[in-house]
Structures are given as C-alpha cells and as structure tokens.
Design a protein around this ligand. Structure first.
Ligand SMILES: [Zn+2]
Length: 329
C-alpha cells in the first residue's frame, strides 16, 4: 500500500518525509500499458516518471498547498514532457510524452536535455483562484549553473529547492516498475523565511549550508542506496539511517488518507475543451472518422462523441467559449 511517513528531529531544525508508492504507482503504469494509443512506458522512462511522482507527493505534503502542485519536465530530447499533478489530499496522476526512441538512453541529459533547453517547473495552482490571479511557477534548467549536466531527477530538484526556495533540502529518489519512493530531509525555515508560495521574502542566506545538525542528517540521508530505498520498508530505512538521532515520528498516511492514484478527467472537461477548440475541429474529425475520440493522457479513459453529441456540444454552449485550466487535458 502506498504510504507517507512524516517525522522530525526533536530539538533540531530539521524535518523529513518518506514516501513509498506501490499499488498506486503500479496503477499508473498498468493504465498506460493498457492504453492502445500509447502502449507501455519504455523502461528508460519508468524511473524518471516514478521519481517525479514520489518527489511531487513529498513536495505537496511538505507545503500543504490548497490547490494542485504540478511538477513538470519539458525536454528537447525524445522526452518532450513529463507531468505529475498532486492534489492537497495526495491524490495524484502522472503522464509523459515521448517522441522517437529512447532505447538505451539513461539519465535526464540524454532523455530531455540534449539541446540544453530542457526545463523543470513546479506550478502551484490555487484551488480557489481570485480574479486575475495567476498560478505561481518556479523553473530551473536541467543543467547546473555552469552548464554541467544533471542526470538525476533528485539533483534537478535539489537545485530547484536551493535556487527558488532557498532552503537546504536533500532528496533521495528511486523508482522501478514496482515502487516509486523518496526521502526528503529539509532544514526548517527560520521565521520569516521564504516558502514555496513565494510569501514573506526575508531570507537568512547565511544559514544555507551552514547548519551543523542539518548537514549531519543530510549526509546520513544521502548514504541511502537506491536498492535500499526500493526494497526496504519505511521502518527499516529510518532505523538504518537515523538510529542515533532523536527521530519523532507521526502517524503514517496510507489508504484513503495516503497518496493514491486518481484522475480528474471527465466528459464535461473534455466537452469544454472541444468547445474551446471551435466546431471546425470536431466537424473535421466527424467527417474523417464518423466520431470524435479524445483519450485522457493520464488514465487512458477514452471519450467518444458521435454526430449527435457534437451537435449538442455546440448547441448548448451558444458559442460560449470555456477554456479549461488544464492545458494538457
Ligand atoms: Zn483521466
């Protein structure tokens, strides 16, 4: 069962979280494999997308944002786009778009950044947006400040956290076709320090990288091996890493309260997307195939509209355009 464990180090300005996505992650992969339009993810992509899923769940529960947290990679290699969206209740969905072959390619540089223009973005989209309010977005390139290649999702995100959030963060991520798991260790922000939503920007920069307690715990966390993160249970991982530290654990979140797969697509959303494209698109599809078919990239659900459905779509709306906030849906 997918589970999320939160803990802090008593008396020290450090907290942590450990996530293991098992059945929920397998569901994401199985749905993709069953989608006749895409087929299964190539193995080269499974670890990248799984690590992103684990990280996005960690980030969402770390900041407790009232809205969707969207972690995105935009690549200029065969991996064009990878997206994970996590809701405040930890429901998540994920998808990726690959064009061409990724066979034998490992590492983010080869998959998504051969041209040097790949990007990683985190978007916070408030559940209740005020008029005119834009989602908050932070972005980093898929290479270091001096252009050096970054090949792991965890290193891109550590770079992001340091640059955009100015918080010491250690991330260890790993994923295969069974498990997507992650460990996050973070120095607790001082009063008035920056947070992910960009409020209150008084930063004690001197503190970055210089807190001894954080540095010691971060080193322990970084010693966690991929194989251990993939195979050990949460209790074993935390004991193995931090048995000498004053770890205070909270009740784990699992089942209905834990991270789980859920897609937010619906016939209504697809309808409003088709309306926003205008009647010509749908008429063209009808003329060509006798129906309009739209598949959800996240869950594989197919939505079909015949000639009568299409006529209703454009009659009901009276030409009114409703744009969906989800550009990819
Ligand atoms: Zn869906």
């Amino acid at each position: 069962m997918a589970e999320l464990h939160k803990f802090l180090f008593e008396g020290l300005p450090v907290r942590g979280m450990l996530v293991r996505l098992t059945d929920a992650w397998q569901t994401v992969l199985a749905r993709r494999a069953q989608n006749p339009q895409t087929g299964a993810y190539p193995p080269e992509l499974v670890s990248t997308l799984g690590e992103m899923a684990a990280a996005a769940v960690l980030f969402q529960s770390n900041i407790k944002f009232d809205g969707a947290l969207v972690l995105q990679l935009q690549g200029d290699g065969p991996l064009k786009l990878a997206v994970v969206e996590v809701q405040p209740d930890l429901q998540f969905r994920a998808t990726a778009k690959v064009i061409g072959s990724v066979e034998g390619l490992t590492g983010l540089s080869a998959l998504a950044n051969p041209g040097g223009t790949g990007r990683c973005a985190i978007t916070l989209d408030p559940a209740r947006r005020l008029p005119g309010q834009q989602p908050y977005q932070g972005m980093v390139p898929l290479h270091g400040d001096r252009g050096e290649p970054i090949d792991r999702v965890q290193d891109v995100l550590a770079h992001y956290m340091l640059q955009s959030e100015q918080l010491d963060t250690t991330l260890v991520l790993a994923a295969n076709s069974e498990v997507a798991a992650g460990l996050l260790i973070q120095r607790l922000p001082m009063q008035g320090e920056v947070n992910l939503a960009g409020r209150q920007l008084v930063v004690d920069e001197d503190q970055i990288g210089r807190n001894e307690d954080y540095n010691r715990i971060a080193l322990l966390a970084a010693s966690l091996k991929t194989e251990e993160l993939l195979t050990l249970q949460a209790d074993d991982i935390l004991h193995r890493l931090f048995w000498e530290e004053p770890v205070l654990r909270f009740e784990p979140l699992m089942g209905d309260e834990g991270p789980r797969f859920a897609c937010r697509c619906s016939r209504e959303r697809v309808s409003s997307m088709l309306r926003s494209l205008g009647p010509e698109e749908s008429q063209a599809a009808l003329a060509e195939r006798g129906k309009v078919e739209v598949g959800c990239d996240f869950c594989g659900q197919q939505y079909r509209f015949d000639a009568v459905d299409v006529a209703q779509l454009f009659a009901q709306g009276n030409g009114q355009i409703q744009s969906s906030p989800d550009a990819w849906q």
